[in-house]
Design a binder for this molecule. Structure first.
Ligand SMILES: NC(=O)c1ccc[n+]([C@@H]2O[C@H](COP(=O)([O-])OP(=O)(O)OC[C@H]3O[C@@H](n4cnc5c(N)ncnc54)[C@H](OP(=O)(O)O)[C@@H]3O)[C@@H](O)[C@H]2O)c1
Length: 343
């Protein structure tokens, strides 16, 4: 295949955003896909994962991963199909997952360590599920809860962002382990979903009720594990209800990502001292060599019908800048995915 006949539309970072990203923070470029050489492949991107972390990657400064440079294609995970190959690792027609970036085609070395492509199996689950439960958010929820939260049967697990990608995994894994699970989410529809569809024991609608009252009502024995996806006031409130030797998993703080003022830390942190509790940050990549275990466990539960994955698909690469904002406005219902092309 002559890859130079393929035109590649992509979004590059044009400016570091202040507050919420704007369309002018991106530059949209279309150029021909380059010729590939020995050991290289071209991947046609089908779906992209839109993640809250992308907002952090747009900032300058030290983090667990280097920032996206100005002028660089925006980093994103994606799934796609190999359309050209000069590598033994992948054949034309293979379906793969990796860091494709926000673009239509990825070209480079099949073993590129940043892209980190691996084969996925569409017969096992829909492609979008490979970006959710069987992908990075699922691994975050699964390993973050089990390794850092260390929940035991009968304990109470509270998770914020409960109807989102990571949150829905955390709550369902905790149910599989025999815990009482209380979600925190924005709005009645999301709360009804996590209780009625995902089997959580209760859900607190933080937009329409006081989290403190909800915790009193739904966690009569206190909170043993809090899996925090949102930070800010919700984290502060949960800290007032934790038990002796509670585990607080700091997974994310989406309420703080677009701040133009300093991040708001928890005023109630002395509750950790009083309760000999532990607060620990996690980064999903630390569990990369065990992802296959998480995939196997959750795929089995899904096949048995005791575990669900929900994705919210926005159609069209052109819509990337606005679609990304949905995460920070709570407009996504399930894992937010951008459809780039048909298979
Ligand atoms: N540490 C890691 O390795 C790792 C890996 C993946 C993700 N994460 C983190 O995990 C968290 C969840 O990510 P995700 O991909 O699963 O996203 P998600 O939950 O699918 O989507 C984001 C959700 O956050 C909620 N939200 C937005 N603004 C909020 C606010 N001000 N206060 C409270 N909730 C707010 C919204 O839900 P509501 O409608 O319910 O408000 C929104 O739908 C993020 O903080 C992300 O950075 C961490």
């Amino acid at each position: 295949m002559t890859t130079t006949a393929l035109m590649n539309q992509q979004f590059r970072l044009a400016a570091r955003p202040v507050g919420m990203p704007k369309r002018s923070d991106w530059e949209e470029i279309t150029e021909a896909v380059r010729e590939i050489g020995d050991g290289e492949i071209v991947v046609k991107v089908l779906y992209l994962s839109l993640d809250p972390a992308m907002r952090g990657w747009m900032n300058e400064g030290k983090s667990y991963i280097r920032p996206v440079a100005i002028g660089e294609t925006m980093r994103a995970a994606g799934v796609g199909v190999v359309v050209a190959s000069q590598s033994d690792k992948f054949a034309v027609g293979d379906t793969v997952s990796g860091a494709t970036g926000v673009q239509q085609y990825w070209a480079g070395a099949a073993d590129d360590k940043h892209a980190n492509f691996y084969k996925i199996f569409p017969a096992m689950a829909p492609l979008t599920t490979w970006l959710n439960t069987l992908g990075m958010p699922g691994m975050t929820g699964y390993f973050g809860l089990i390794e850092s939260g260390q929940p035991k049967a009968g304990e109470t697990v509270v998770v914020s962002g409960a109807a989102g990608a990571v949150g829905m995994t955390v709550g369902q894994v905790a149910k599989q382990l025999g815990c009482r699970v209380v979600g925190i989410a924005g709005g009645k529809e999301k709360c009804d979903f996590v209780v009625n569809e995902l089997g959580f024991d209760a859900c607190i609608d933080y937009k329409n009720s006081a989290v403190k009252d909800g915790l009193k009502e739904h966690c009569p024995n206190g909170v043993d594990v809090y899996f925090d996806n949102v930070g800010g006031d919700i984290l502060d409130t949960v800290l007032t209800r934790i038990n002796l030797r509670a585990r607080i998993v700091i997974c994310g703080a989406i309420s703080q990502y677009n701040n133009t003022t300093p991040v708001k830390g928890p005023a109630n942190y002395l509750s950790l001292l009083v309760n000999r509790a532990r607060m620990e940050g996690i980064v999903v990549f630390d569990y990369a060599d065990r992802y296959h275990q998480g995939v196997a466990a959750m795929a089995k539960w899904m096949q048995e019908g005791t575990f669900k994955s929900r994705e919210d698909v926005v159609d069209g690469l052109d819509n990337f800048p606005e679609a990304l904002l949905m995460l920070f406005e709570g407009k996504n219902f399930g894992k937010l995915v951008l459809k780039v092309a048909d298979a």
